[in-house]
Design a protein around this ligand. Structure first.
Ligand SMILES: Nc1ncnc2c1ncn2[C@@H]1O[C@H](COP(=O)(O)OP(=O)(O)OP(=O)(O)O)[C@@H](O)[C@H]1O
Length: 253
């Protein structure tokens, strides 16, 4: 079986906090994987380690069949992945087109391809009318759309998206969902985190749930549906039922 992502005992500590705790993750190629979890569960820390932005404390990571602890292999893998990180990591003093051109050239794409793809992506993300603005003048949603465009420009085999739908308007969300579906249909793999379970339920073929750094559920969407809704599976997996009876006394009186 061919995995796009495989981890063994992946662990990251921050002082006394174990943000990701012995994570064994397997994501087959061509899957649309939703990585879910409550706030502070370890999702962003996991994505940062998978994309080489953060070193693990221990454990092994294989991306697209390559052990990324080997620097040369990690560099090669980076040519084939696209990433939207938690903080978006745009350059404030560039326009959208300049930023896409920079990213395209970083991936060593020929200038004509960069021009063509930048134009198509700017149109698709409805950012064409904002040509003169620097990215520091963008709204949060516009920044997110630009970060997504940058992740797509290399036509990656594997896309990592940390909260791609957060702060994005309904039209852009629909456009984005359609793009991501097409990306997966042509054989690429998408790994995303999201708190929007309705979208995950519609899009993803597999889900994993992390809580307090540990993988507490993994299954196909078909398996989730057999036992109810994704929300029910999620709440059960993270032990959310326990909070149901909690009330604010001053709101009740
Ligand atoms: N740089 C850091 N230094 C110290 N602790 C950190 C750091 N980054 C993350 N943590 C801690 O690691 C844990 C996991 O955080 P992480 O950001 O991975 O969660 P998350 O699942 O992405 O949460 P959210 O859904 O709220 O974005 C949290 O307890 C967080 O406080």
């Amino acid at each position: 079986m061919s995995f796009a992502i495989e981890t063994r005992g992946l662990t990251r500590r921050f002082g006394n906090v174990c943000a990701v705790d012995a994570l064994d993750l397997q994501v087959e190629r061509g899957r649309f994987y939703g990585f879910l979890g409550p706030n502070g569960a370890g999702k962003s820390t996991t994505i940062k380690m998978l994309t080489g932005l953060l070193a693990p404390t221990s454990g092994a990571i294989t991306i697209l069949g390559q052990d990324v602890s080997d620097t040369a292999k990690a560099r090669e893998v980076k040519r084939h992945i696209g990433v939207v990180p938690e903080n978006l990591a745009l350059f404030d003093n560039l326009t959208a087109r300049e930023y896409l051109t920079f990213i395209g050239r970083m991936y060593l794409l020929p200038p004509t391809i960069v021009r063509e793809r930048s134009q198509e992506l700017l149109t698709m993300m409805n950012l064409e009318g904002e040509e003169k603005k620097l990215t520091m003048e963008y709204s949060h949603g516009m920044k997110k759309k630009l970060a997504l465009a940058a992740a797509l420009i290399p036509n990656p085999e594997l896309l990592f998206l940390d909260e791609p739908f957060e702060g994005v308007d309904a039209v852009a969300s629909r456009v984005l969902r359609d793009i991501l579906k097409r990306v997966v249909e042509r054989g690429a793999t998408v790994f995303l985190t999201s708190h929007v379970l309705e979208i995950v339920e519609k899009l993803c073929t597999e889900v994993g749930v992390i809580a307090k750094g540990r993988l507490v559920y993994q299954g196909s969407m078909a398996q989730v549906r057999e036992s109810g809704t994704l929300e029910e599976t999620f709440i059960k997996a993270v032990g959310g039922d326990e909070h149901e009876s909690q009330k604010l006394s001053w709101l009740e009186s």
